[in-house]
Design a protein around this ligand. Sequence first.
Ligand code: ZN
Length: 260
Amino acid sequence: MPTLPKFYSSLPEIAPFLGEDLPVLMYHKISELPPLVHPPLRGLYVSPKVFRKQVNELSSAGFHTVGIDAALSTQPHQREVAFTFDDGFESVLLNALPPLTSAGFTSINYLVADLLGKTNLWDAAFPETPQRLMDAAQVRDWLAAGQKIGAHTLTHPKLTQLSDDEARREISDSRKKLEDLFGIEVTDFCYPYGDHDERITALVAEAGYRTACSMKHGLHRVEDQPLRIRRMLARHASRSPRALLRAWRARLAYPFSKHA
Ligand SMILES: [Zn+2]
């Protein structure tokens, strides 16, 4: 029995698993690796070339993007995909927006509301060249290009380690801050580190969010809760012999024609 790959790298590998479920792809930084990067954080970088290839592959197979609110729908998701970006990195605006725009694709970027225009300070304990986050003017450019934003707290904490009051502040105030700054309604949330439990999910519901992304691996199923959306981390393809064999087999069985 084949199992869903642990990461998203190409459409053929997940094609056998697509039917009614929604693939929600998770990206962070669309950039070449910086000079200094802590090995566990390497997987959060996708090169501009690989990203463009992933977008083009989905587009030429006849897929179209849906908003994350598609997770509220009970309709089957056929040839639909959702693109999500965590943290609001500037590299996404610079390197992901052009291919998204040329494919007519939309996506959502989850912003850390107190850190706009700063860097990923929450990773400061690791050796990594700091990565810049979009400032307010860049977020306006992102929105003007037809892309969406959601909230990813004020400061990117592990929410389950906070008191109710602290967690409520991170969850609710980030929403309000983004709404005030950008004059739009913010209804979508993303848990930093995917860290959540019943208590945190209840606070997210109380704050009025309609959807919330986790880092639980998998395709989002119609029966899943919209406040615990499963995603697949998108990466470059692995070059291990096992992965190459798997990719080769997947291409042979690929069901989507070029002009679907
Ligand atoms: Zn994050």
